[in-house]
Every structure is written in C-alpha cells, then in structure tokens.
Design a protein around this ligand. Structure first.
Ligand SMILES: [Zn+2]
Ligand SMILES: [Zn+2]
Length: 266
C-alpha cells in the first residue's frame, strides 16, 4: 500500500472525523479541562502515524503509574516514564487496533508491567499481522496478555483507582476506563460529599470522540452495540466527567450529551 493509502486510512480510522485543531490548540484544549491536582501526573502523548493518545497516569509520591494505549513511539513514552521516575504497574489497552498496541511490546519489555485487555479483543490482537498488512505497516511483535479485564473490574495503583466499563461497538472488546477522582482513597468519601469534588476522567479509547463516535465498519464492529454502550453506560456518567478520546482533543460528557450529533437528546 502506498503512502496515499496510508494517509487515507489515517483519516478514516476514526470516522467521521471532527475538525482537527492544530497541535498547540489541542494541548490548550486538554489543559483547559485539567483540574488542579497535587500529586497526579497525567501525560498525554499523541503517538504514531494515527496520533493515538497514549496516557501515562501516575502518582508523584509513590511513583506508581499505569500506561494506557502505547500505540507507538515507545521511546517517547519511556522518556516520560523515566523523567517522572515512574514504576508502571499496568499497561491497559482500550482495544486492540494496531494504532493502540504497536508500541506495546517495547513498553512491556522495558517495564515488565502486566498487560490488561478485554477477553473479547484477544482474538483481534492475535490478528495483528493481518491488521498490519491491511494498513501497510510492518507487523509489530506481540506480547503475552497477562490479565483479562471485565466490566466492573477495578484497577488500583498508588492512591488511585479506575473502573473498567465494557463498551462494545467499535470493537467487541473495547473498554473505557473511568477514574472517578484523583483524590486519595482515604479522603474520597469526604470529598464525594463536598462541592469541591474534582471531575472524574474517562479514558474512552475509540468509543467516544469530541463531536463524533468510533467507526463500526471494522472487524467485530457494530453500530447498534456502540450506541448501546454510549447511551446505556457512558451517558450515565456525570456531565463534568472529562473525556479523553483515543484520538483528538478532550471533551466532557455534558458537552457530548448536548452537542454530539450521535447523542443529542439523551
Ligand atoms: Zn480503534
Ligand atoms: Zn484508534
């Protein structure tokens, strides 16, 4: 496949694409949503040709961290991990499209952290060579999947916790990771009653984008399933929840509820 083919693919991987701001505007958009946090480290790296958002979410006191979707550019990801002296406790994959896992082997080797994937996306991960051929990339090395993630599972690292929400539709095993608050657990109960509660964070993979939703015409995709996941699960979250999509700028549940053409009126 020539470069035109790849570029076409890049544009269409998460269609229909919203207007794409420049990189600086994108960073500003993300910063606009960043709540004040004392100990939370949250670095967002758009990696690879398709600019998959890789997240490094860590705690500056315990140095424990997770990495979400190491889609490529492993050297950059490892540089951020090293700069903050982080110990990676888990590598979480929102879904196993190649643009979200191409850097996984190197990050897994360098950190020895366990890899978490939903069981319904394991077969798609086994098809990585076929995905690579389809997109015209060199097939990345695969890793052993250590842990299977299911609806309602909790991940804990440092003082933080996040909950797995299974959101099939873009792929059968797509998940979102919901981090209710960055507040340390011991104070969470008090904070939950407080007006000063910080908004939660949703790592949405390719299920929800600012102004759009994930495409459903690839392997295992289902439009009915993604709409069910969005309306039945993600729209149940508070409006102030900050949404970090797998590509593009951050948004909020409230903004998408009122302005996303696929979700308006829900
Ligand atoms: Zn995808
Ligand atoms: Zn993607």
């Amino acid at each position: 496949m020539g470069s035109r083919g790849i570029l076409f693919f890049a544009d269409s991987w998460f269609s229909p694409s919203p207007a794409k701001p420049g990189l600086c505007e994108r960073s500003d958009a993300i910063l606009e949503f960043m709540p004040e946090t004392a100990n939370l480290i949250h670095e967002i790296l758009p990696v690879g040709m398709l600019q998959c958002n890789c997240h490094i979410v860590g705690d500056s006191r315990t140095h424990e961290a997770i990495v979400i979707d190491p889609g490529d550019d492993a050297g950059q990801i490892l540089e951020v991990i090293g700069r903050h002296r982080l110990k990676v406790r888990a590598i979480v994959i929102t879904h196993t499209h190649i643009d979200h896992v191409a850097g996984l082997h190197r990050i897994h080797q360098a950190t020895a952290a366990p890899v978490y994937i939903h069981p319904d996306d394991v077969e798609l991960y086994r098809m990585l060579d076929m995905q690579a051929a389809w997109i015209g990339w060199k097939a990345p090395e695969r890793v052993q999947v250590d842990q299977l993630l299911r609806e309602g599972d909790s991940l804990r690292w440092g003082p933080f916790a996040a909950q797995v929400i299974h959101t099939p539709g873009h792929t059968q095993g797509s998940i979102c990771l919901y981090m209710p608050s960055e507040i340390p657990e011991a104070r969470a109960a008090v904070a939950a009653k407080s007006a000063e509660r910080s908004p939660g964070r949703l790592f949405a993979g390719d299920t929800l984008f600012a102004g759009s939703i994930g495409r459903t015409d690839l392997w295992g995709g289902s439009f009915d399933a993604i709409i069910g996941s969005l309306k039945g699960k993600l729209l149940e979250l508070p409006d102030d929840t900050i949404v970090y999509p797998g590509h593009g700028e951050a948004t909020t549940i409230g903004r998408e509820r009122s302005a996303n053409p696929f979700l308006i009126g829900n």
